[in-house]
Each structure stands twice: as C-alpha cells, then as structure tokens.
Write a protein that binds this ligand. Sequence first.
Ligand SMILES: [Zn+2]
Length: 273
Amino acid sequence: MPELPEVEVIRRELEPLLKGKVFAEPMLQMPSTIEYPSPELFAASLPGREINNLNRRGKYLIINLDRGILTVHLRMTGNLLYVDDDTVSEERFLRLSLPFTDGSALHYFDMRRFGRLWLTETQAELKEVVLKRIGPDILNDLCRDDFLELLGKRERSRIKALLLDQGFAAGMGNIYTDECLYRSGIDPKRRVQDLKKEEAEKLYQSILEVLAEGIKYGGTTFRDYRNARGALGDFQSRLAVYGRKDALCRCGASITKAKVAGRGTYYCPRCQK
Ligand SMILES: [Zn+2]
C-alpha cells in the first residue's frame, strides 16, 4: 500500500511532466473510482482545465488546476502511469484514462479498486469534502515542537496506533511506522504517556529520516507499487524489520511479528523497549 514516500515519489515525477497540460475528454472505465462529484459531472467539467502544480497531504496527491483541484488517493493498489501518447499497453485493471490535449495521458490502474479521485472547485471544498478528518502532513507540516505537542494530547494512545491514525498526522502506514519505531528503539505496544521526552524526540527524528530515505530510494515495492513511469521502488531491500519475521536483527535477536493496533507489526524485542 502506498504510504507518504511512495506518493511523494509519484508527485515529484509527475509534476514536471504534467505542468501546463490541459485535460481532454476523460474515459471512465470504472466510474465508481470518481468519489466526487458524480462521474457524469466529473467527465463533463474536467476538459479544458490546466494543471498548475502538484501538492501532497499525507497519502493524498493534490493536483492544483487553473480552476479547481483534482485529488487522488491510491489506497491499496492504485497506480498512476504517465504516457507520452495515449495508447494503453495493458488494459488489465485500467480504471480511468485522463488524456491531455497534446496527446499524452495519465492512466489510473487499480487491481483492488479502493482508490478514489475527487474534483473540487475551491480549497474550502477540498477541505470539507476530502481532507476533513486528515491531520497535518507528518513530513512537511510538523516541526518537532508541534509533534511533541500533538503527542501530549493523545497520551493514552498506543504509539503504533497513533502513528497510523491519519487524523493525528497524515502519511504514515504500516511499513514506515514499524521502521520508525525500530530506529527509535521504541516498543510499538507502548503508550504515549510512558515515552520519555528524549524518546519522543528520537521518534520524531527517526520519522523524518526514514521517510526521507524512503523517498530517496524511490519508495517500497512489495507487489504493486510502481512510480509514475512504471518503475519499481528500491526501499524494500533497506527495511530493517518490516516483512523480516525471524530474520536476525543486528543485535543478534530474531525479528518478531505480533498484532498491534490490529496490524501485523514487526519489531526487535531486544532493541525496542
Ligand atoms: Zn535488535
């Protein structure tokens, strides 16, 4: 499932390719991919709009247009693929084709079909319709003191559950949460109120580092994630704990898998206290 680094990789790749492109008539192979407004209204109002720039909030890709905002959430298996001409090499799982007036196109593929798109007219509408329950972006919107202050308001939460909560801060998913908790030496089952200030600070630092490395190595690909040109990520080979049950940690102990916050969680029982 794409998390913040994977969406950021896509954003950075797509922005120079899409800037100044003008949408032509979209083809909705699976209309229910459009969450808002109706698929009919979406198809009728997208043509003629021009792309200004691309932003991101957590796992949401936010495409700012000359009029309105197109937002994409890839959920489990969504992929955005940019092509110079609008031919589709692989029809399987193609849900939307968004051609541009210059003959290039952005295709949306999604095997599991959970991904969604929204077309909103104003920032206020974007906030109300799409981002109402989404917290600040954990990489761009939170300095260390902000992060510590937010933690202080959620003292009884378990740290793993809190980091996964997109209303607390947006962007972390299961993979990067496990990696950040490992790097900061924190047991994922602990409660926020039991963290020392130094541990919380270490956690914040680890989050910035791990997310930056994830972006640097093009994201993590286990099965489905591809960047906007169809290439695989490379961060999976650098993961310290996620997906590595029974492998040896560098301390010599075996990586353990347990259910925490309802999710399969990987950690080192010796390094993480
Ligand atoms: Zn260890």
